[in-house]
Each structure stands twice: as structure tokens, then as C-alpha cells.
Design a protein around this ligand. Structure first.
Ligand SMILES: [Zn+2]
Length: 147
């Protein structure tokens, strides 16, 4: 689990926000100003301890990137997913799981190689992509699952 820090545009208070809460309607902890997440949102860092609970409460489709920090294709995919996390804010939640640290998730979802992308809808896996996808094809799938 990670966090991001956002400076309130009204009172300049720095708000530290857990990455699992990025997709909620957020307000400044001090002055209650709405915080615009569009240029800040990052893929949610999920793992064995947080994956199930997150998928159960997610009120949007979720795309999870199962990756390994030592994998070249995963590293190439990463900036694309960072960009999609922002582009699809409010429509799809982009998340990631470091398979080297989360053997439970990897076993449960039968991850055989990285990167593997899985789309979840209503907590259920609905589509899986093994290997580095073409950026345009992935975007088309994102649009499809975003509805
Ligand atoms: Zn404020």
C-alpha cells in the first residue's frame, strides 16, 4: 500500500492520501476544499493483505497489473499504466501487484508469467492478458470495460 501527497489548492495544506482511497471523492482535511485527483492518481499498490478486500469494495471495474520489479517488459508497461490510471479516473481503477512480494495473490490468480493484466468487474476476474500488450489494443479494452 502506498500513499500520495496533495497540496490543497485553497489552504496549501499537504494532504497525505492512501492510494486505496484515491478514487473516492476527497476533501482537504483542514478546509474541506474538494481535491482534484486527475493529475495525481497513481496505480493502487495491492498485495496479499489488501487484494480481496479492495476488489470487494471497489465500485468501479479494476485493472490489475501483476508485475515483477526485475522484468523488462513490466518496466516498459509501467508508464502506460500510470497514464491510464489518470485518463480513466472515475471509470476504471488501475492497480498493481508486485508478484515477487505477494505469492498468495500470484497463486490465487494462477499467474504464470509477468506482466499479466487482469480485468475485474464486481470482484470477479473477467479477462486476462498475458505478456506486454499493444498500447492501443489495451486502451480499446479499457474503454470496453469502462462501459
Ligand atoms: Zn485546504
Amino acid at each position: 500500500m502506498g500513499s500520495i501527497t496533495i497540496k490543497c489548492p485553497a489552504c496549501e495544506t499537504k494532504n497525505k492520501i492512501s492510494d486505496i482511497k484515491q478514487h473516492l471523492h476527497l476533501r482537504c482535511g483542514k478546509c474541506r476544499q474538494s481535491l482534484d485527483m486527475r493529475s495525481h492518481v497513481v496505480p493502487v499498490d495491492l498485495g496479499d493483505a489488501s487484494m480481496d478486500a479492495f476488489l470487494q469494495v471497489a465500485n468501479l471495474p479494476v485493472l490489475v497489473d501483476f508485475y515483477s520489479p526485475t522484468c523488462g517488459p513490466c518496466a516498459r508497461l509501467s508508464p502506460l499504466l500510470d497514464s491510464f490510471a489518470r485518463q480513466f479516473l472515475g471509470r476504471i481503477i488501475v492497480a498493481k501487484v508486485d508478484t515477487s512480494k505477494n505469492p498468495g495473490c500470484s497463486a490465487h490468480f494462477q499467474i504464470r508469467g509477468v506482466p499479466t493484466l487482469i480485468f475485474f468487474k464486481n470482484g470477479r476476474a473477467v479477462e486476462q492478458i498475458l505478456g506486454l500488450p499493444d498500447a492501443n489494443q489495451l486502451k480499446v479494452k479499457m474503454e470496453y470495460f469502462a462501459g
